[in-house]
Design a protein around this ligand. Sequence first.
Ligand SMILES: Nc1ncnc2c1ncn2[C@@H]1O[C@H](COP(=O)(O)OP(=O)(O)OP(=O)(O)O)[C@@H](O)[C@H]1O
Ligand SMILES: [Mg+2]
Length: 270
Amino acid sequence: MNKGIDKAKADIEERMKSVKHKIMVMSGKGGVGKTTVAVNLAFALGMKGMGVGLLDADIHGPNVPKMLNLEGGKIQSKGEGIKPVSYSLGMREIRVMSMAFLLEKDAPVVWRGPLKMKAIQQFLSEVEWGDLDYLIIDLPPGTGDEPLSIAQLITNVNGSIIVTTPQDVALMDSRRSVNFSKVLKVPVIGIIENMSGMKCPHCGRDINIFGSGGGEKAAREMGVTFLGRIPIDPKIVKNSDSGTPFIIKNPDSESSRAFNEIVGKIRMIE
Ligand SMILES: Nc1ncnc2c1ncn2[C@@H]1O[C@H](COP(=O)(O)OP(=O)(O)OP(=O)(O)O)[C@@H](O)[C@H]1O
Ligand SMILES: [Mg+2]
């Protein structure tokens, strides 16, 4: 089954030749909103008429299908490869691929390291993405061996987006992520501060639940671009749980405006 890592990388590169821009979304630790950011950026790009794919590269917690209500999605064989599951967006579609499509729902992934890497190598080398303007890659959390081995399978990535939260520890987490990108030789596009304050639903004033400014400070100290803040919005949780992308349901909310502004910056920088 294992074709050898170099062969797998070459096959993956070949499959991704028709993708113009590959962008990794990563974070120094779990639970900061990587998947939320990856999904909403992908849909923000799709709503602007771009051809977009979303690769859920998280093996242990592949959450993208759940966030898009694609859990029953079945991948189909196409020629020699497999075809992504599509989420229809009017005239367009977002092409989604996730290890979750290959696994039983709720089954814990308990493969040992080498077997797991073989599975993901094979999986990535068979996906027929077709022509895409952007492929957004949701990496597993953290900066350890596993996210690194997975990220190393995908060559010629155009840039990474680091998601962090507003606390002071953001600096430490972001530093790890910037170094991770360096090891991969992937340029950092910038840092996003997620869960950045919220408007009180009663009085409209700002409440800084997790503090504020950590992401911006981290960007300044690391000498990388600060892409923007995404405020906390309880609807983000509700929409993720019910499987509708937040930005489609609430295009005029402050958080959606923030996602759109970030997309504008990414397209300029990248
Ligand atoms: N700006 C936000 N406002 C409100 N809720 C948010 C926001 N961003 C993320 N969330 C919620 O926080 C939770 C964690 O988000 P998410 O799953 O995207 O994080 P993650 O970094 O991908 O986690 P993991 O490391 O487990 O992959 C989810 O329930 C999500 O709906
Ligand atoms: Mg995630």
